[in-house]
Design a protein. Structure first.
Length: 150
């Protein structure tokens, strides 16, 4: 059998067709989105305040929400200015760490999935469980603010 450009061969010689492995596709997609978030934070400057995305809640109501200042916070964290980042948004560091850990998990889980095809279902359950818990811890202030309106 010839190996196409989309096939991945692990160290045991087992082939995975990237386009037929949904878990790998999801991990790759999530990793790409997280990288774009970090690039956005690195490109736009908190000093120039040149962010293309503005808080619609603040624009419409004039009141700040839990996510106000998150872009500034991320940009400052990327630049190592943690205390300033916390001034812009006290939850920014938690959310940033969530994305950083998720990026590491996408890489590690994809590698484990490719190397050990027998653990697929267990790995996916563990991945979803850990990711869900991390999401709840990082985004609880945002979830509370959304539920407040209902």
């Amino acid at each position: 059998m010839t190996q196409s450009n989309k096939d991945i061969r692990n160290d045991r010689g087992i082939e995975f067709a990237f386009d037929s492995e949904p878990y790998l596709i999801v991990n790759f997609s999530l990793a790409a989105i997280i990288i774009l978030i970090f690039v956005y934070a690195a490109v736009f400057s908190p000093d120039r305040n040149d962010y293309p995305v503005v808080c619609m809640h603040e624009k419409l109501t004039g009141e700040q929400c839990a996510s106000c200042g998150l872009s500034h916070s991320f940009s400052l964290i990327v630049r190592g200015r943690i205390s300033e980042a916390l001034d812009w948004n006290p939850y920014g560091l938690k959310v940033f760490l969530f994305f950083a850990l998720q990026l590491a998990m996408r890489v590690a889980c994809s590698a484990s999935y490719s190397r050990n095809p027998g653990i697929g279902k267990k790995l996916i359950i563990l991945d979803v469980s850990i990711s869900s818990l991390m999401f709840l811890v990082a985004f609880m202030p945002f979830l509370k603010s959304v539920l407040y309106f209902f």
